[in-house]
Write a protein that binds this ligand. Structure first.
Ligand SMILES: Cc1ncc(COP(=O)(O)O)c(C=O)c1O
Length: 467
């Protein structure tokens, strides 16, 4: 049996992070749609890169990325409603490109032991923007590394080792991040053993909550939603009493929206047990959910906040660990002085990205257009029997396909079919957990483009009914 979030005993790990790059449907789509220079490049790529699930062999090749669009060598264009969540301000934003060029002329690198203006300014800016006065910062190149820093900091600050996190969550590919992550694909079999002391609980998620009441995303949360899950967190934290930290995504990327009161209850349980709360906002931070940080919706402040992805404006890699000033207690240790820790160019990219997000009202756009899109998706759900659930906040939207609304058996085949049909019509997105069509458009997406994307999806869902 599979449940869409696991795999059969002995079978390959569940493709929870995206559509399989080895499926017959992928091959058929590539045969029909990929030719010429795009095909040549994919073949060269497959020869030189290590193969791994979710990346190589690649689906296509990009010649141009601009705004919300990707374009291959044959001129085939895709609205990119995935973008790894890096493209909040749209690809190749001219203001960002100009700022990076100017910075390259002024100062291109700062080696360890030397600071520089853009890095200090960025740390100050993040401190000013972060919720609840979090004000101490450390930069890394990637999100997974920033998670490692958060985990190390939690150990040093608490004097404890264990972590609690959620099954099915993704926190990055490094050993520490994969250990607190809960996805089979990054933890299973040959990769082990992972870090000891990393315990897990089921995550909130009312459509398939294994502990509490279940309902679709259109129905409002009830008083009992998420209560059992929060109680389990409290129970585990209290039972063992020696957790350094709880790490979680405040808004699950699947997506799942936390029930009201869930994070307040967990925050309280952390406080009662001396457990630090780490929020991983690598994909959700900087406006994806229609607020600057996903945790703003719940008015809950973590002790440590992890940011990444869109921080570099979709051009340069930079991530950040931001924490309470009182956690600055690791002066005698090395939490990770990454080579590009204070890189002036990546810092400039981040500063300019934050300026663009504010000046162009992108968070507000994600909130408004996202709310409209969610209503349209609810309406589509009424017409398409295959849609078992629709969930979303801002520009983090999920459409869960099921073979039967009562049994909720995942319609993974259909999800793949819809995905490739949408690609053919110029819309790219990601499949999560095998059957959730996950749309994460850039924050610059206007109402007209959103409408166009949902029209494509609507048509593809109609076609999938014939499967
Ligand atoms: C929630 C979450 N945490 C951490 C990461 C890891 O970030 P990176 O790929 O930059 O290492 C990701 C990346 O997808 C993520 O979605």
């Amino acid at each position: 049996m599979t449940n869409g979030q696991g795999s059969r005993a002995g079978a390959p790990p569940a493709q929870s992070e995206g559509e399989s790059n080895l499926s017959p449907r992928r091959r058929a789509w590539a045969e029909a749609n990929i030719a010429g220079r795009t095909r040549e490049l994919i073949e060269r790529d497959a020869k030189v890169f290590l193969h791994q699930s979710v990346s190589t062999p690649c689906m296509s090749a990009v010649k141009k990325a601009e705004g919300i669009w990707l374009e291959d060598f044959a001129g085939q264009r895709y609205m990119d409603f995935h973008g790894n969540n890096v493209h909040h301000i749209g690809y190749g934003h001219p203001r960002l490109v100009a700022a990076i060029k100017t910075q390259l002329d002024e100062l291109s690198f700062a080696p360890r032991r030397f600071t520089c203006e853009p890095a200090v300014e960025l740390a100050e800016r993040l401190g000013a923007l972060a919720p609840g006065g979090l004000s101490k910062v450390l930069f890394t190149t990637g999100g997974s590394d920033a998670v490692e820093v958060a985990l190390k900091l939690a150990r040093v600050a608490s004097g404890r080792v264990k972590t609690l996190s959620c099954w099915v969550a993704f926190h990055g590919a490094g050993f520490g991040a994969a250990s607190v992550g809960g996805e089979q694909l990054f933890r299973s079999g040959k990769l082990g053993p992972l870090l000891p002391g990393t315990e897990h609980v089921p995550p909130f998620g009312c459509y398939r909550d294994p502990l509490g009441p279940q309902h679709d995303g259109r129905s409002p949360h009830g008083a009992e939603c998420g209560v059992a899950c929060a109680n389990l967190v409290r129970y585990v934290l209290q039972k063992e009493g020696d957790f350094a930290a709880l790490i979680a995504e405040p808004n699950r990327a699947v997506p799942y929206i936390p029930p009201p009161g869930f994070w307040r209850a967990v925050r309280q349980a952390c406080d009662e047990t001396g457990t630090l709360l780490i929020f991983d906002e690598i994909p959700t931070g900087l406006g994806k959910t229609g607020r600057l940080f996903a945790c703003d919706h719940d008015a809950v402040t973590p002790d440590i906040l992890v940011l990444g992805k869109a921080l570099g404006g979709g051009v340069l890699p930079i991530a950040a660990t931001v924490c309470r000033a009182e956690l600055d207690v690791a002066g005698d240790f090395a939490l990770g002085h990454y080579t590009h820790e204070k890189n002036p160019v990546t810092a400039r990219a981040a500063l300019t990205t934050l300026d663009i997000i504010a000046d162009e009202g992108l968070v507000e756009n994600a909130a408004a257009v996202g709310a409209w899109a969610l209503e349209r998706l609810y309406e589509m759900m009424q017409r398409h029997e295959i849609v078992g659930d629709v969930r979303g906040r801002g520009f983090l939207l999920g459409i869960e396909l099921v073979r039967d609304r009562d049994s909720k058996e995942p319609a993974s085949e259909a999800a793949e079919a819809v995905f490739y049909a949408a690609l053919e019509r110029g819309l790219s997105f990601k499949i999560t957990m095998g059957n959730v069509l996950t749309l994460t458009p850039p924050l610059v997406t206007g109402r007209a483009d959103m409408e166009r994307a949902l029209d494509i999806l609507d048509d593809c869902l109609s076609d999938s009914a014939a499967l």
